[in-house]
Design a protein around this ligand. Sequence first.
Ligand code: AMP
Length: 188
Amino acid sequence: MNIVLFGAPGAGKGTQAERLVAERGLVQLSSGAMLRASIAEGTELGVRAKDILSRGDLVSDEIIVGMVAARLDDDDCAKGVILDGFPRTVAQALALDDMLIGRGLGLDCVIEIKVDEAALFARIENRAAKSGSARSDDNADTLRKRLAVYHERTAPLIPYYSEKGVLQSVDGMNAVSDVAAQIDVILG
Ligand code: AMP
């Protein structure tokens, strides 16, 4: 089973993905976490990505697609993946379709976690307070930028996946356990 978890920054994609990993044995493929790992390791990719993440901009489609495609070839991904934070542009979604088709795989569903934007600020500020400086992009200024980028570049994926008939939405304003229950109904 291959799933995309979709939503604005702070919507709870990571939290739900981690639960699905624990409960269903799927592999979480978080493009943001992969980039942060590259930054921490100081790889060439990490050096190029560091300022982009801090600004709240998107890393280029080419870099991201190459990074995700390489990870998808790892043996542990054969059972299925939860894509968290990827795709974020229509070009990435098209590349994902090709990647899956090329491997004889398909996308089972795209789950959109819908949240109210005022609540996102509270969540991100809370996450920043808890993680200290662990994420350079967890602050209100960068969140504003990330939300603008989300609306401009990522939200067009909603009609894209809706037209394909794979989009399902859950109400992300509920408690984590309620959101989890809604996702479980969708996944069966
Ligand atoms: P996330 O952890 O998903 O919130 O991602 C953190 C940051 O990593 C984003 O604000 C972007 O700068 C970058 N990033 C993560 N995933 C992608 C992607 N699919 N395309 C472009 N940039 C990404």
